[in-house]
Design a binder for this molecule. Structure first.
Ligand code: SF4
Ligand code: SF4
Length: 330
């Protein structure tokens, strides 16, 4: 797998992080209003930058690196190269008809994105305070109240910025907003524990139950993830378990059966099991990061009949609410 071509560090002049509170700063790469796929009701999903896992099928590759990154969209680029001269740090070059970013030089200043007349360049990653994020989320409070929705912190992995997320959750909890945490369970249990008391729902990802395949696919040991799942159980927080169904990676019946058995035995408060069919919408994001050879470009969609079969497998194992969603081949 090709490494992202535009990963960059946070600006050197960034101020030291203050104590956790409304002014705690975090780095997010998206804030999606009217989301209906990240918990009950109408929600706002906050995408927190940084993730310790490296799943080759990730739907949000621009959320993996902890720092800001420059994305370049070939389809919008005029090819005139004006951005190369506009960059004050000499981080850009035109090579083989593409605009390249040198991640070791780029300072994430955003000058190129402001300059580009075609909006072909964009910086993924915006610094915001917990107070700013909460204020933005509260704009849709009426929708949450009418639909039984709220806010979901997702990513990336929100546990990579626990102080910022905790501060935002505190503000939103004080305002009476339903709060959900979408996690892959790759953090230490103590980090997770600090946030579990601040949410009404956990969306917990379980990808593979074979330890070797889990490590090979995600870069993280399965036992670490299962320990976090048990931490959710100990805290007594309601949860939904979710599995990305990825052809050739997680989509075999034995894997779904093993996950369903774990959920039945270890997560009695799991109200729902979601099977999320692989989507190809992410392919262009890999290209914008300079990762043309990414695995996702070669993966097929999952046939609808297979999603239905996997749902049946989970039901056979005793789970009562199993939902599949996403793009399918037929
Ligand atoms: S990214 Fe924008 S400024 Fe740079 S070559 Fe393409 S169109 Fe021109
Ligand atoms: S203008 Fe700024 S953000 Fe764009 S490549 Fe140069 S240093 Fe990076």
């Amino acid at each position: 797998m090709t490494a992202p071509s535009a990963q960059i560090a946070a600006p050197a002049e960034a101020a030291p992080a203050p104590a956790a509170g409304p002014d705690t700063r975090g780095l997010i790469f998206g804030l999606q209003r009217f989301s209906t796929e990240d918990g009950p009701g109408i929600r706002t999903t906050v995408f927190v930058k940084g993730c310790p896992m490296r799943c080759p099928w990730c739907q949000n590759p621009e959320g993996l690196a902890p720092g800001k990154q420059v994305l370049w969209a070939r389809a919008r680029c005029l090819g005139d190269g004006g951005c190369v001269n506009a960059c004050p740090h000499g981080a850009l070059a035109r090579e083989g008809g593409a605009t390249r970013v040198d991640p070791a030089v780029c300072q994430a200043c955003g000058t190129c994105a402001d300059f580009c007349p075609a909006n072909a360049l964009e910086v993924a990653g915006w610094e915001r305070t917990a107070r700013e994020v909460a204020a933005n989320v509260l704009r849709d409070r009426g929708f949450y109240e009418r639909s039984g929705g709220g806010v979901t912190f997702s990513g990336g992995e929100p546990l990579t910025q626990p102080d910022f997320v905790a501060a935002a959750l505190d503000l939103l909890g004080a305002a009476g907003v339903h709060r959900a945490l979408d996690t892959c369970g790759a953090a230490g249990p103590a980090t997770l524990r600090a946030l579990l008391g601040r949410v009404e729902l956990v969306l917990f990802d379980l990808k593979h139950m074979d330890p070797d395949r889990h490590l090979e696919q995600t870069g993280i040991r399965l036992d670490k993830v299962l320990e976090c799942a048990r931490e959710v159980k100990r805290a007594g927080v309601p949860c939904w378990v979710r599995t990305p169904v990825i052809p050739g990676h997680t989509d075999d019946e034995a894997n779904i059966r093993a996950i369903a058995r774990f959920v039945k035995a270890e997560l009695p408060r799991a109200a729902r099991y979601d099977l999320l069919a692989f989507s190809k919408l992410c392919v262009s994001k890999y290209e914008q990061l300079g990762r043309q050879g990414a695995v996702v470009a070669r993966l097929p969609l999952v046939p609808r009949s297979h999603m239905e079969r996997l749902r049946a497998v989970a039901l056979e194992e005793g789970l009562s609410t199993v939902v599949w969603s996403g793009m399918t081949a037929t």
